[in-house]
Design a protein around this ligand. Sequence first.
Ligand SMILES: [Zn+2]
Length: 261
Amino acid sequence: MAAGLVAVVGVGLAVGGSGGGGPDLAATPATSSSAVDPRSDRQPPSLVRREARRPGARTELLGRSVEGRPIRLLRLGDPNERPRTLVFGCIHGTECAGIDITRRLRSDRSPTPLWVVENLNPDGLQRGLRVNGHGVDLNRNFPSEWRRSGQPFDPEYSGSRPLSESESRLAARLIRRLRPEVTVWFHQPQAVVRAFGESVGVARRYARRAGVPYATIRWPRGTAPNWQNQRLGIRSFVVELPAGALPAAAARRHARALLTL
Ligand SMILES: [Zn+2]
């Protein structure tokens, strides 16, 4: 985890920058204690504070998980250029190696603009659960081919209705607002980039650049990529990382692939 972290060397806050950053991204000083909530993950606060912010980086509190943990959007890169890509580092709480990649992106000095939600399921990560704090699989809770299935805390419990959870609602709201050209969702442990329909081309390109296998696989019911592709016409695919911690070289390759997508 610490490999991607460097000391803060300078913070240029772009407040009210013109153009493509999307609306109302509030600037947050990197040194402000209010910028960091120790509940946001399992890192000690001292380590969290040491994480680099790129010049121009801005964070926005999107909302809170069902157990009250903050979920934030990070806007990286050139503040005058509109990002094409939105990245979710973790949605299943036991599949969060993608956070190593999003942390690497934070300290990368590339001007390529990106939107990043490091962790959409902080309760699951904290509790060692795939599902959220209500026992819902957030990636079966989106309103496209949704079907009720399972019971709370089953691995693929759909929730009582589409978007029943604050985390999935918050993600859906964000995606409608930003309208990214491409969305990338990190999971584990299948070690494959998977996509379907209109998203196949961009996913293949990603897999090639990251040096990982690719497979065309239909989206399961109620998943975020299903909803984005079928209902919104937004390309969206899944990167399944291998089990366990991600080696630094692999994290670097994935970060590069995101920055050149
Ligand atoms: Zn998953």
